[in-house]
Write a protein that binds this ligand. Structure first.
Ligand SMILES: [Zn+2]
Length: 88
């Protein structure tokens, strides 16, 4: 028997982190946070959000930071940052 339930990826949002300096190259306004959410679905109908995953990348030095490497400044930038519309 096949159960048509599980998880599927939801929307991906990008945010420009304003006034946050990259810890690696020191440039400001080069960091973009990408957050993807995962939804629990039943027959491909999204029921609820099961989690989200964020990563931040620097457009200058191309470094990518994962959640355990986020600084307080980065976290604040995600909370207050400007969303860039993105669909997937
Ligand atoms: Zn950088």
């Amino acid at each position: 028997m096949i159960l048509f339930l599980g998880t599927k990826p939801g929307k991906t949002t990008s945010k420009l982190l304003q006034n946050v300096a990259c810890p690696y190259c020191g440039n400001k306004d080069t960091l973009t946070a990408v957050t993807s959410t995962t939804y629990f679905h039943f027959f491909w109908i999204s029921l609820f959000r099961v989690g989200s995953f964020s990563s931040i990348s620097c457009s200058h030095c191309k470094r990518t930071y994962y959640q355990d490497e986020f600084t307080e400044e980065m976290q604040r930038g995600i909370d207050t940052g400007k969303s860039l519309e993105q669909t997937n």
